[in-house]
Design a protein around this ligand. Structure first.
Ligand SMILES: NC(=O)c1ccc[n+]([C@@H]2O[C@H](COP(=O)([O-])OP(=O)(O)OC[C@H]3O[C@@H](n4cnc5c(N)ncnc54)[C@H](O)[C@@H]3O)[C@@H](O)[C@H]2O)c1
Length: 454
């Protein structure tokens, strides 16, 4: 099976076939999905399709591409190719990312060439391919639920970026679909798998700071500002399928600050830094404190600030909310120049991490309890765990239930900040108790023809 090219399948060594896609006619090798071949087949290569070829896809690809038992056979993006992502130097979209994939595989092939990655505009065409085992969903948050549900129904295992959902209802529907179709889902919260944070969480649970009493989670400041009130629509760039970018979100005029990367700051597409960094920071705190299976009872605003009315952006410019669990433990989530971090104060001392090291502590002894440092290389374990779980059918480190619970804390925090009042979570009925206006914010209408239905 392995033809001396490190487990890859160059088109010139295998039976290729032609496939017409919205992106043109391309040829790619026939790759059989792992389930078809059986778990003990000599080829245990897991085939993958990438949905969303933007900023984070570049990072995720660096993890998947070197894995010898993973082969990316297709990419999909509504953007053909452009600048306009988070950094000026980035040129992304389905064609540059397809090239990235083919170049990486070509460098490892005996012939030095590789053509075998299809490019799609419509993710449903990618999902229809029977030879694809898994998908990585790296689109803006307003697409995560619908794409996850459709991928699960199509029999794919799913690596879905964090925040897992746009709303609490999204998470409920994602859990139902993943479990109904027996799929593996790993939330794309790579901090969950670093050795350093694992040691940090273990030390907290072993009582390094005693009984936790107060926890603060830090999120980064907004790295873009909106165009302000009075912004004017812009022409849709060529090669950008704007209607398919909007998908289930309301129909509104195009503006560049609405879409690539910057979608984070518009509540129709995301939850601002509350969900962007909050999913990471609150997720680590929940993990450390053994709260993955539970939800806070009450959440409140602690002084959040928002952009001017009429701006394109409407998510918090300053995040600050508090939440309390049944046992009385209180947490905060706050915008900080520290960018990302978790501080845990207990009755014996306190400790703070930025995810990569202990940044502060009440005593050197406490800091010494978590030796070592987290590195970007440690993120690989998260991606690796997903592939291993695809093979073993186990649940990965942040399965759909935990991923949606972490996102839910962020969503409820956003609701408390937007309404500027205390809200109470009714865990039994999975709703906000005694506040119809707040409860309505748990879901969003979908623009036709998009819905949770498959
Ligand atoms: N784990 C992390 O540390 C991390 C870091 C950054 C981003 N993310 C997450 O990754 C996701 C994407 O963020 P990003 O920064 O890469 O955004 P981005 O805008 O840079 O990239 C998203 C890409 O998805 C494409 N897209 C939009 N709708 C699509 C559709 N219907 N079908 C196919 N492609 C579509 C866009 O055109 C764009 O190219 C978000 O959920 C974000 O929170 C995670």
């Amino acid at each position: 099976m392995n033809d001396g090219n490190k487990g890859l399948a160059p088109a010139n060594t295998r039976r290729g076939f032609l496939k017409t896609t919205a992106a043109g006619v391309i040829s790619f090798p026939m790759v059989m999905r792992s389930q078809t071949l059986g778990a003990n087949s000599p080829s245990k290569r897991i085939t993958m399709g990438i949905i969303g070829c933007g900023n984070q896809a570049e990072h995720d690809l660096k993890q998947w591409l070197p894995m010898e038992d993973v082969q990316i056979v297709a990419v999909c993006d509504v953007n053909k190719a452009s600048h306009g992502y988070v950094r000026d130097t980035q040129f992304l979209g389905r064609e540059p990312v397809r090239e990235m994939v083919e170049k990486a595989y070509a460098e490892r092939s005996a012939s030095g060439t590789f053509k075998g990655c299809a490019a799609y505009v419509d993710f449903r065409e990618l999902l229809a391919r029977k030879d694809i085992d898994t998908v990585a969903i790296i689109t803006p948050d307003h697409w995560h639920a619908i794409q996850t549900i459709q991928a699960a129904a199509a029999g794919k295992d799913i690596y879905c970026q964090k925040p897992l959902s746009l709303t609490v209802r999204d998470g409920q529907e994602m859990i139902k679909a993943v479990r109904k179709y027996n799929r593996v889902l790993q939330t794309g919260s790579q901090w969950r798998s670093t050795t350093f944070l694992n040691d940090f969480c273990k030390a907290i649970r072993e009582g390094v700071v005693g009984k936790p009493q107060r926890v603060v989670t830090y999120v980064a400041k907004n790295n873009f500002t909106g165009p302000g009130p009075g912004w004017q629509p812009m022409p849709i760039p060529e090669g950008f399928e704007y209607d398919m970018w909007l998908g289930p979100a309301p129909e509104v005029p195009y503006h560049k600050d609405r879409c690539l990367y910057r979608f984070r700051f518009g509540s129709d597409y995301s939850g601002g830094q509350t969900t962007n960094f909050g999913h990471h920071a609150i997720g680590v705190a929940m993990w450390a404190l053994g709260l993955d299976e539970t939800m806070p009872e009450e959440l409140w605003n602690m002084g959040a600030e928002f952009p001017l009315k009429g701006d394109l952006y409407d998510t918090a410019t300053k995040v600050h909310f508090g939440f309390r669990y049944a046992d009385g433990l209180e947490m905060e989530c706050v915008t900080s120049p520290k960018s990302f971090g978790v501080r845990i104060e207990g009755d014996k001392g306190w400790i703070e991490t930025n995810g990569r090291k202990i940044t502060e502590s009440s005593s050197p002894e406490i800091a010494k309890a978590v030796p070592g440092a987290g590195t970007a290389a440690q993120f690989t374990a998260h991606y690796r765990r997903f592939i291993d779980c695809v093979k073993s059918r186990e649940d990965p480190n942040e399965p759909v239930e935990i991923g949606s619970r972490v996102s839910n804390v962020c969503h409820l925090g956003n609701i408390a900040m937007q309404l500027d009042r205390r809200i109470r979570w009714d865990a039994k009925n999975e709703t906000i108790a005694g506040d119809d206006e707040a409860a309505k914010m748990l879901g969003r209408p979908h623009r036709a023809p998009w819905s949770y239905k498959v």
